[in-house]
Design a protein around this ligand. Structure first.
Ligand code: ZN
Length: 272
């Protein structure tokens, strides 16, 4: 579209008015083509983790406790654990066994068993209420079977949802060294299966002060490096200079033989 040149004697705003008229004429033509109604279609949905994919992190004591339980039991034993959220991650810290009837292929986790362990925690721990409220992890052993969840495992997770938890973690373990975790976000109806997990070790701060004192006592800054006063280039008699440097306390680090033609001397060849 050609726009009126600024050199014409147009009144202020006259060019703009011309342009608007041309655009409105063009848009009137577009009105002949009405919009097509939005069509329903099958979409391929994608999920994006805005704060990174959530992980399950195990404290050392949680890892050790679960390993020993799986190692010691030859049936599908189960347990509960405390979970706290750290950013987008879930940290499992303390593991609690509950009364249960186990078989080779399934574990029975009852409301009574959970209530009993809750009662025990409340009666024996000053932070009992906090601990009970953070019991949002259920783990169990598949002994030597694969760690894929079974039908009863999925039904079990519905029980935790019906208990009013907004989210819950499930862990399935076996004696072959495999652990598989799933995060159930009941509030948004999303399950993430086989999430990344690792062990976390929080730094022990109790030793920091004594280490700081020990470092201050044992570690001092080194003096700046001593420059080599001279090197023996083999170009003449400089024993006198050597003697002077040594008398001054400099250390002669080495000698360099320099041949003016740049080649290495042959064996037995007289040196310059
Ligand atoms: Zn199972």
């Amino acid at each position: 579209m050609k726009v009126a040149s600024s050199t014409t004697q147009a009144k202020p705003g006259e060019n703009g008015a011309k342009l608007r008229r041309r655009f409105s004429k063009a848009f009137r033509q577009f009105k002949q083509f009405p919009a097509t109604p939005f069509a329903v279609r099958q979409c391929i949905s994608t999920v994006e983790f805005l704060a990174g994919a959530p992980r399950v992190l195990l404290t050392r004591r949680a890892y050790d406790t679960m390993f020993h339980i799986v190692d010691l039991a030859d049936k599908e034993i189960g347990w509960l654990g405390t979970v706290t959220r750290r950013g987008s991650d879930f940290v499992i810290d303390e593991i609690f066994l509950f009364k249960q009837k186990v078989s080779d292929v399934e574990t029975e986790i009852s409301a009574e068993g959970i209530a009993e362990v809750g009662q025990e925690i409340l009666m024996t721990r000053p932070d009992g209420m906090e601990v009970c409220n953070s019991l949002q992890f259920w783990g169990h052993s598949h002994v030597r079977m694969d760690t894929r969840p079974s039908g009863p495992d999925e039904m079990q997770m519905e029980m935790f949802r019906d208990s009013g938890h907004p989210w819950f973690i499930r862990g399935i373990f076996n004696k072959n060294g495999k652990a598989q975790f799933a995060i159930f976000f009941y509030d948004i109806g999303v399950k993430i299966e086989d999430v990344t997990w690792s062990i976390i070790e929080d730094v022990d701060d109790s030793m920091r002060a004594s280490l700081q004192a020990e470092i201050a006592a044992k570690v001092t800054d080194a003096p700046p490096p001593v420059q080599v006063a001279k090197a023996h280039y083999g170009l003449g008699e400089d024993d006198e200079l050597d003697a002077h440097a040594r008398a001054e306390g400099f250390k002669l680090l080495g000698e360099i033989e320099l041949h003016l033609d740049g080649r290495q001397p042959e064996e037995g060849e007289p040196r310059d």
